[in-house]
Ligand binder design. Sequence first.
Ligand code: BES
Ligand code: ZN
Length: 472
Amino acid sequence: MHLSPVIAAVLAAAALHATPAAAETAWITIGEKAFALLAEQSTPSRVLASRRVPVTVPELRGSRTMVQGSEMVLAVELDDSQLDALITAVHERLHRCGGFAQHRSQAEALTVLHRLEAAAAIVPSAPSYAIDNQLQVGALLPQMQASNLLDTIGSLSSFQNRRYNSSHGTLASTWLFNRWSQLNPGNRRDVRVSQIAHSGWPQKSVQFEIIGSGNSGETIIMGAHLDSINGGSATAETQRAPGADDDASGVAALTEIIRVLMVSAYQPKRNIRFIAYAAEEVGLRGSQDIVAGQAARRDRVVGVLQLDMVAYRGDATDLWIYTDYTNAAQNLFLANLAATYLPTLTVGFDACGYGCSDHASWHNAGFAASFPFEASNARYNFALHSVNDTIATFGNQADHALKFARLGLAYLVELASDNTPARQAAAGITVANTTAATATVASATAARVKAAAATAATATAATATAAAPARR
Ligand code: BES
Ligand code: ZN
């Protein structure tokens, strides 16, 4: 296995030091670039294991041609107090954010690392991606309003910040819980709004569940993150972090989808869970916690969509589907949905290069996740994580965010109206076969989708060789 000189040096140093576990020990998985910065800290960290894992990335930024690349990921034990400095260093030096995920135990960090390595071999059970609810979706889409999205973004971004460990972050969680509760005024018996507490920090995730009538026990998850952060500031409680785009915009999209589904008395056959995750900005902690708890639940998650930053239009191309840490077949389904329901919009493909939002927590545990995003990775809203992430930065409008809310609603209604249990994938049924079957359906609807199908097929080809029995 090839190691970069920096990582090799630190691995050697770590072996010599074998640090005793401190009282506040933390465990993370981290990409090699961010790890190089961690290694510069004076407090030593301890590398437990490392793996080179496959990632599918565009050949060039924004390019539709996908190539199979690889990234070194390390499971590291460190002192909890090192995390803040790490977040700041990555933000300032790599001009992006974390590139790491925090775990609750050493065992969990190692399991995630192992799953990452094995992700190419996991073939999840796939639901039907047929698009066959045009009447229903067509009636709901026009009811969605940009002004409602803008209202929610305005309310959330007026909290001083929504930090996972500040009093404002806690208040924002309660505000959203009340807002979502208001969307169920008749107290439908199949609807449950709740706050999910996490151990280790005060901010709760918020969940709006609709129980499916079909009893298949299958669930579709649509998520966004509730928290915000100001990357540069050390004064966590009082820092200003409006997080209008990152990610009040995603939470606003979920809220408008819930509103329209509820006023039209929509009843899904599969379960739907909308989740506003706490503590995304500090290592995907809220979603890691929820994904870890999934094993103890009775429902089976067959699709996950993450909306994180959807308000800022950075490119002429409207919808960007990120191809790393996501499921190629479900990504193709999204492109097909856009071609069917939002035919005037254009679709591009790009990648983060690391597990950059809560979809990665689900993907790493073997679930089919997708991440439609506001712009290419060269032109997204660079005001994120600063005092300037306000509504003004995206022109005091939510027209761009509305496109994603509509795509999200189409995704949900098409998947949740189905009562056919997802086929349990068996050895021999590969993701590539699923993709090809879906592409045939799609190619009849729009020529533009053929490009997407070709892209997805390329992206899938490298991962389709080792078909394994489904894990869930
Ligand atoms: N919204 C960002 C992720 C993002 C930023 C995607 C820019 C694409 C372009 C998200 O809230 C974020 O900051 N994530 C962290 C995750 C980390 C703490 C695991 C990041 O990117 O570093
Ligand atoms: Zn962020």
